[in-house]
Design a binder for this molecule. Sequence first.
Ligand code: F6P
Length: 345
Amino acid sequence: MTTVRQLGVLTGGGDCPGLNPVIRAIVRRAIQSHITVVGIRNGWKGLVKAETIPLNLQAVSGILPRGGTILGTSRTNPYKKPEDLASVKENIKKLQLDALIAIGGEDTLGVATKLVKEGVRVVGVPKTIDNDLSATDVTFGFDTAVNIAMEAIDRLHTTAESHHRIMVAEVMGRHAGWIATYAGIAGGADVILIPEEPIDLDEVCGIIKTRHARGKDFSIVVVAEGAQFANKNLVKTTEKLDEFGHVRLGGIGDTLGKLIEERTGYETRVTVLGHIQRGGSPTAFDRVLGTRFGVKAVELVLEGKFGYMTSLQGNKVIGVPIEQATGVLKTVDKDFYQLAKIFFG
Ligand code: F6P
């Protein structure tokens, strides 16, 4: 067992439902082992600036059903400026943090991996609504996002049917179409378009026309924000990049909606679900998974498993090297997409 008296916790990257259940579980499990927990504000930024809040029983009371993160978050990359990295290391000492738990996606965990190589004691907890991290069957936040998107598709169905329209629903999913595929299957979408497969406009319009020919004069098309036409660039809302070099996606739904209307002649409307998929209360599944990940993260710290992160494999929560999660992203496999395609049209 590693001696840890004080533990720092941070949440980095995009927020996601289930972060607060993780924070609560970390505090509850740490208290059991007489460890004090310090909350670091706004991801890695809080370690650059030494901005913290105490995390005790009172601080985490009532946060289980709450969306977002009580710690705040940012997309700060401490490896961008050498002086920021120096501050991070200095502040870890100054704040007397014997170890850190970093809760985040590929970027936050990527920073964690680099810090571990420099001797900082970090354990990771994977999070993303996109569900694109490898080495874990699923990340918390995904189930909530899928349920929100599914409910939106259900609602779009009734208005689409009443007006005999095509409804395009743009959902999140930067590199992977997990939300689109799951919500699309669950909501009975007629076409699902994902980043893993180039969009074939002829095929999409063909499916819609065939539906019309058999008397179904409305259709639902679900498109992931990262989906692309062959040989075309990603559709972005701005040219600006974040500190990890990511573009801000959004707008493929609009582009697609216009093209579908032009080609088919059917009236088309577009709904962009955006951050609604990330906000609000987590589902029971995400609360439980977050709780299990939080408890396991503290146990990995106690075992001295730095450079490891929590992972769901089957029904077991285990520790796996963080690098396994961030090396290659987990995209929708062909078989699963083929299954979804059975229900197109
Ligand atoms: O990575 C999760 C995610 O929700 C992506 O699906 C999306 O592209 C991105 O974050 C949006 O980020 P932001 O909150 O910075 O607009």
